[in-house]
Design a binder for this molecule. Structure first.
Ligand SMILES: [Zn+2]
Length: 184
């Protein structure tokens, strides 16, 4: 299998860092305050190109006309990691958002962000410290369906052209499996 970000559809969490507080106009949500710190945005990638195609859009830095709420935040915050669940059904994005919402370290900076058309409180969560993927590993079976995972974690930033070479960690439901390099 070719190394790099999967072209399968699936569910993902984009980990962002915002170096200083910003006030950002977020479409219909209006101007909102985003404190400095870490953010997790949860989404699903069901279109052509799957997870790799969606990641390419996120790594583009919010250029072009914004379509989703995350496109506005990407102009102020750097993408640092991409956590992927390839093959997970689209509805798993809401389960993943609920898991983050239940995390004691997480807060919801902007209610309804990324959640205009679902019943989640938001699909964006703020963290004071960089969130770790390990706590999610215990929930992979419920997120990804039978077989449960693995959760694949890609280190960013990368230029879009480098997506096939992303350094990657793989998390099984029980333990970290090990490091993969991005050799083609
Ligand atoms: Zn939702």
């Amino acid at each position: 299998m070719r190394a790099g970000l999967p072209t399968l559809p699936g569910v993902y969490a984009l980990i962002l860092f915002c170096p200083r507080e910003r006030r950002i106009a977020v479409g219909a949500l209006g101007v909102r305050r985003f404190p400095a710190g870490w953010y997790v945005y949860v989404g699903s990638a069901c279109g052509p190109g799957g997870l790799r195609g969606r990641a390419g859009r996120h790594l583009g830095g919010g250029r072009g006309s914004p379509r989703w709420h995350i496109d506005f935040l990407r102009r102020a915050a750097a993408a640092r990691e991409l956590w992927c669940l390839p093959g997970a059904p689209a509805r798993a994005e809401h389960r993943l958002a609920t898991l983050f919402a239940c995390s004691p370290e997480a807060s919801v900076p902007v209610p309804r962000f990324g959640a205009s058309d679902c019943r989640c409180r938001a699909h964006l969560f703020a963290f004071a410290a960089k969130p770790r993927p390990e706590p999610l590993a215990a929930h992979l079976a419920g997120l990804a369906g039978p077989g449960g995972g693995p959760l694949r974690v890609f280190s960013l930033p990368l230029r879009t052209a480098d997506l096939a070479k992303a350094p990657e960690m793989v998390y099984s439901p029980r333990k970290r499996l090990g490091r993969r390099t991005g050799k083609r």
